[in-house]
Write a protein that binds this ligand. Structure first.
Ligand code: EPU
Length: 290
């Protein structure tokens, strides 16, 4: 294992928080992921698996322990008939590539996630969603292989994940996804592409892109859009230092570059206070806060 010390990982994070990992390792296979977990257990280190780094806000200047960039990219078709296809997809597989492959092959099930940055591991961990119509990344999962807290491989069925809005059991157990096995429906490439394009265009129209953000920062509250509420308290475009609320979609926090963690913390506090005052709603972060 090649472990790097004191590595700045800001370019692995879409919000570009400035942070140094005490130890850093890039895992390129399932064996690498298992070895990393064992290394962390043997050396009593915290371990953090980094997928696309697109749903994180790192408020610390340093992450102690081992940070593992998951670059395990593999997709195998296991079974299929004229109606459906069963496939194993590795946790480091990029969502954009998964959708491109789905469109090419006429596999339907992931297309509404077109435009979602990140990896399969992150999307399962978060149970990433699309709201028009409501679909979750975990919907098509049948079973999966995990690394448990003792570093052993474990096979679990879909119900194990307790999938819900922005929720999977992995957030509690911190088990590591190796591969997910999904069943997708076969459909015409044109229909799949149409749905993918709809989602992509909607995101492009209503959300900022091509700038440093971590997607929607807060969870919606009982079906009420956090972005709508932040907008209505007048915070669109509001900034603290180099962090600001997107003028396009108010649930996106943007880093203009070199944003300071104190400014991000202050901005989060202001957003929460204002929304609480006007709507009586306590916003909860959707991104993982470290
Ligand atoms: N709205 C505003 N101002 C804003 C933002 C939204 O008035 O600044 C209004 C919109 O006009 C619309 C309503 O609020 O009437 C809902 O907005 P939108 O359709 O953008 O959906 P959302 O509830 O704000 C959710 C997800 C997004 C996902 C979209 C589309 C959450 C926290 N957000 O946003 O997910 O892309 O639906 O499916 O659930 C993410 O996961 O990172 C994310 C951005």
């Amino acid at each position: 294992m090649i472990i790097q010390k004191n590595k700045n990982i800001s370019h692995y994070l879409t919000l570009r928080n400035n942070v140094v990992a005490e130890l850093f390792f890039e895992a390129k296979s399932r064996e690498d992921l298992i070895a990393a977990k064992k290394y962390s257990l043997d050396n009593r280190l915290d371990i953090f698996i980094l997928g696309g780094g697109s749903n994180l806000a790192v408020l610390k200047s340093r992450m102690d322990g081992l940070v593992v960039k998951n670059s395990y990219v593999d997709l195998k078709v296991i079974d299929g008939n004229e109606k459906e296809v069963k496939m194993s997809v590795s946790s480091g597989f990029p969502i954009s590539l998964l959708i491109a492959r789905s469109i090419q092959n006429g596999w339907s099930g992931f297309e509404y996630h077109q435009g979602l940055p990140g990896t399969v591991g992150g999307a399962v961990y978060m149970n990433s969603k699309w709201t028009k119509p409501l679909t979750y990344f975990g919907d098509n999962l049948v079973y999966a292989f995990l690394i448990d807290s003792k570093g052993r491989e474990k096979k679990v069925g879909k119900s194990y994940f307790e999938f819900d809005y922005d929720h999977s059991i992995l957030q509690k157990t911190k088990e590591i996804l190796l591969e997910g096995v999904f069943i997708l429906k076969k459909d015409s490439k044109e229909e799949i592409m149409k749905r993918a394009k709809f989602a992509f265009d909607y995101r492009r129209k209503t959300q900022p892109y091509g700038i440093a953000s971590s997607g929607c920062f807060f969870k919606n509250y009982q079906g009420r859009s956090a972005g709508y509420m932040i907008d209505k308290v007048g915070l669109k475009g509001f900034s603290v230092g180099n962090y600001f609320v997107s003028p396009i979609h108010a649930n996106f926090i943007i880093n203009k570059g070199d944003g300071k963690r104190e400014d991000l913390i202050k901005l989060i506090g202001i957003i929460k206070n204002k929304v609480k005052e006007k709507f009586g709603v306590t916003l909860e972060e959707e991104v993982i806060i470290i």
